[in-house]
Write a protein that binds this ligand. Structure first.
Ligand SMILES: Nc1ncnc2c1ncn2[C@@H]1O[C@H](COP(=O)(O)OP(=O)(O)OP(=O)(O)O)[C@@H](O)[C@H]1O
Length: 223
């Protein structure tokens, strides 16, 4: 279970949010500038909240009262965003192995399994520059999972893709989450995508949970 309860003063308002997510997919929704990406950055350790706690199970990642801040590289959190952040001049295999923090004997097996799961075996030797958007997205997902994260953060991961590829990858993400059984926190502006992927939803407004969450959720599920 990932638990987040943080405050952070931002340019126009204070982010003040509490939520938890078990081993399923939480979707963060809300208008532009509501604070969704800031939450992901805080979970990843790329931004330090002013106060509060972020914990995964018994493991504290951030606690202002205990003066604890685990740096991003020690958090076991993978963060995928739209630009993929793959190395264009390297092949797929090298990009995916880049996700491994420490080599261990099962890493080869994991690598093979990820290629098969994401249907990218035939791309292993190809350069990133020569891949389609959907293929890049699969490689980025393989790299994120190669790090064996305990939490996966996804910020508009599919927004650059055409609608067919998007639907296909939504199914892939859902299936992989079912297999991996770790918390996924997903930001999207696409309501159909939120509905297709989300197990739980958090609607935000100006850094806070929006009022009337159940009404928002009913409206989403009926659309
Ligand atoms: N480190 C920071 N310090 C101060 N203000 C910040 C910081 N990072 C972001 N902000 C501001 O906080 C607000 C929330 O930004 P954030 O990127 O989290 O919104 P968002 O909901 O993800 O928006 P979008 O949907 O457009 O990506 C914005 O007004 C932004 O300018």
């Amino acid at each position: 279970m990932l638990r987040v309860a943080v405050k952070k003063k931002l340019a126009d308002f204070t982010l003040d949010i509490q939520f938890s997510v078990a081993n399923n997919i939480l979707v963060l929704l809300g208008p532009s500038g509501a604070g969704k990406t800031t939450i992901l950055r805080a979970i990843a350790g790329l931004l330090r909240p002013d106060e509060g706690t972020i914990a995964h199970g018994e493991r504290i990642l951030f606690s202002s009262s205990a003066k604890m801040f685990v740096p991003p590289q020690l958090r076991r959190v993978s963060y995928m965003f739209q630009e993929f952040a793959l190395f264009p001049h390297m092949d797929v295999r090298t990009n995916i192995w880049y996700g491994v923090k420490k080599y261990h004997k099962d890493a080869n097996e994991l690598y093979e399994r990820l290629l098969a799961l994401l249907h990218i075996e035939h791309l292993a030797a190809r350069y990133i520059d020569n891949l389609s958007g959907g293929e890049k997205q699969r490689v980025a997902l393989a790299r994120a999972l190669m790090a064996e994260p305990e939490i996966l953060l996804l910020d508009e991961p599919l927004s650059a893709l055409d609608s067919d590829t998007r639907l296909e990858l939504q199914e892939e993400l859902k299936r992989i989450q079912g297999l991996w059984q770790i918390p996924f926190v997903l930001v999207t502006h696409d309501r159909a995508e939120a509905k297709a992927l989300g197990d739980e939803f958090l609607f935000m407004e100006k850094g806070r949970q929006a009022e009337h969450q159940p009404l928002w959720q009913d409206a989403l599920l009926q659309c």
